[in-house]
Write a protein that binds this ligand. Sequence first.
Ligand code: HEM
Length: 506
Amino acid sequence: MSTSEPPFDMRDIVYDIGSYQNFLHTTISWDQLQTLISGLTLKSLLPAVAILYVCGVASVVFYRLYLHPISRFPGPRIAAATGWYQAYYDIVKQGKMTQRIAKLHEIYGPIVRISPNRLHFSDPEEYSKIYSVNTKFIKDPALYTSFNVNHSSFGFTDPQAARGRRAVLNPLFSRRAAIDLQWLVVEKFDKLSEKLVEYGGPSKTVDLLSAFRSVTLDIITAFSFATSFNSLDDKDFGSQILVAMEDASGTSRFAKHFPLLNTILVNSPPIFGSALSPAMGALFEVKRTLKAQIDKLIENPEELKGSPHPIIYSRLLDPNVRGADAAPPTRKSLQDEAQVMIFAGSDTVALTLVTGLFHVMDNPAVHQKLMAELTQAWPDLGTAPGYEDLEKLPYLVLHPSNTQYCLNVIHANETKFPKHQDFIPERWQQADSKHLENFLVAFSKGSRQCLGINLAYTELYIGFASIFRRFEFKLDNTREDLDWQDSFISRFTGKNLQGIVTLRTS
Ligand code: HEM
């Protein structure tokens, strides 16, 4: 054999696995090697790559179906074999995985394998074992890193790391702090009332979802940074920031399935993001504003003393809080935390207000009862009761957070929540309602329970009292408009809650 000839056709190693050993022990010269490499074409490699790929996939699927630690749990075989099952419901079916999971529980029982390495539990009794104060379970990294806020209270997947950050922030979100800052919440809902009058009219429909998003965004930004975004000032509640936030949270359905693509997009120059969604420009502007505030405070922490009330940086940048020897949070960590406040603290409350308003207006008997209670507690429209008075009103406080009932499979448990699709505030006035509270998980439970729960209730009680006492609503929606898809935070699939809003005179 001449030294310039390749010793054999490279494809032999694929077509004839038996010759594989021969190949390894064949001595070839440098010339032969060069000829061999130059003889390789994409076409000649394809069959080899394809076969290797198929073998690889087959062994992974075999492992997942028969050898994986959770292979004994029931569920669709396809879901056990591949993450594409979940991706299909998230992406193609547009955020309908939660509804699919509810169906799977009907078929397979209280524990279902919903993807190769995920189990889903529907039994409310199991929930508190997983979401406990001393839980060792970490948050799902695939999901939570997709938000790119890894160094924040919400983003730390490890409960231990989250505990440290939450300890720093807790005093800001205590019940006492929420009560002390209720003036801020009242101020913003007063402004919302003015704007509902200004942007509405006897024959002009108002977009109430955008209205509630505006007020909650203004509250959380004032509360966290002492710099309100003043989105209520945008005509007809048309703030571009809100559009951008909606676009951004819509991407989470994709992002969790394509982590690499997500990382590239998140770290690419803002111009790419803006090209994908014009509204994204507004979000980059927000990030720039937050970053500028952080840079200024790192440069000169003394400025914090000028803040009208404690803000997140008052705690995060205080060496006495973290201990003089501990390193301060990085810039990235401060930016992550700021971003979390905006996303976790606005839409959540707004969607609850929307859902609550719809259901109360949809149930005249409930509306009547609520109005009777409210007018008694707030007889003179010019003198609003404080939060501590409102939280004593038995009907107002019947779990507005449960108006998000449909979001969680736990709340769809017919034994604990009979007629769970119906809005029945009285379910919280029964003899065993205290026990039922154990299964109300709208704010999650345990050590990763919502950090902003006290602020949320302050906003919900003051908000519901203010809108129902001051306005009459003629809504232009049906129950179907409240159908939702899961984009981590839910998104309504119908038209926004809207209607004619009329100011009450007494
Ligand atoms: C009705 C309103 C609200 C609801 C239903 C709600 C619900 C929740 C839920 C279910 C979680 C757990 C999420 C998860 O781990 O995947 C959570 C976490 C969180 N919420 Fe809320 N939330 C509300 C309002 C707020 C407000 C006003 C804030 C204020 C900033 C806030 C801040 C947070 C934070 C920082 C976390 C992360 C906590 C952690 O992971 O340790 N939330 N919330």
